[in-house]
Design a protein around this ligand. Sequence first.
Ligand SMILES: Cc1ncc(COP(=O)(O)O)c(C=O)c1O
Length: 384
Amino acid sequence: MTPKQSGFATRAIHVGQEPDAETGAISPPIYPTSTYVQEEIGKNKGYEYARVTNPTRDRIEKNLASLENGVDAKVFASGMAAINAITSMLKAGDHVVAGHNLYGGTPRLFNQVLVNFGLTFTYVDTSDLAAVERAFQKNTRLLFLETPTNPLMELCDLGAICELSHGHGIEVVVDNTFMSPYFQRPIEFGADMVVHSTTKFLNGHSDGIGGVVVCTKPEQVEKLAFLQKCAGAILSPFECWLILRGVKTLAVRMETHDRSGRLVADYLSKHKKVQKVFYPGLKEHPQHELAKRQMSGFGSMIAFETGSLENANKMLRKVRVCSLAESLGGVETLISHPATMTHAGVGEVVRRKIGITDGMVRISVGIEDVDDILGDLDQALAAL
Ligand SMILES: Cc1ncc(COP(=O)(O)O)c(C=O)c1O
């Protein structure tokens, strides 16, 4: 099969997922090995030590590169390990411009770890191109962003921001976790690298932690492979296999996530006790037109305002079909409270500045029967 000629769902099921050459097993084998026997000094089958390469890992890297239209990919022990690997490609004295509303763990890594190694960071609203340009410095090497952002669902015009950044010699890295490559492929808009927490939609079953960086240039692949070898934050063969299995149903899962996401957002937007809904699929979303242009679906991530911490807690205590838990992108509907969970670490001042309130609730709509999800939200919101 020529990967680029096949459709998305076909590539998800077949690229890197070829039957085992030795036995014909249709499900890729898991190679739980630390090392590989060599015939003589310098003569081996292309594998020497499993921190460096593993056949199960090769498969998922090939698969995810194909889905994001990259040249290759490297998988890591978590989404954070993947982001850390990207920043490890920089050197002391380099500057990064980053979105002001990212998953809370990302600025925690930047501000509490990487600043100690001589990197500097400026945070900016990446939906505002002029503000992004103002933030660029002579030593800026990277622009790191999420679109839509977590949890405010603000969008960034990918084509425009890539053009602007490249004009300044700056590479763009997009965390595409919220959309998955099924609905948005930043590389097609000019992004230089794409990162995912595979923990979310790519795996899709809430049963493994992982991360991936998809590259557009062989030099990036080489650097990241070297970092895997040096720093060792690789993904285990079993976790690689879990993603290989999960990604086979990505297309059908995303269709259902999107269909139900739209229905839940619509329901919430009409509910008297819900003050505001953040979802790019709603016509009222200020960037709805941009969402239609650069995404082929709106996904299932929705944030909404209940008015207070007390209200949020009242409803979250009541949910039964939805599970009160951090994370997202699983088959199960997960509901969470950004201020005390995913974004606790960014601190109250930043939360207030960017608009993450104590009454905000985030929902990752799963693929259960949507009537059951809506019924559950209805009875939970009745507590307000
Ligand atoms: C958008 C986004 N990026 C990165 C991460 C970090 O991924 P992981 O938890 O796999 O380290 C998360 C985790 O929630 C996330 O939501």
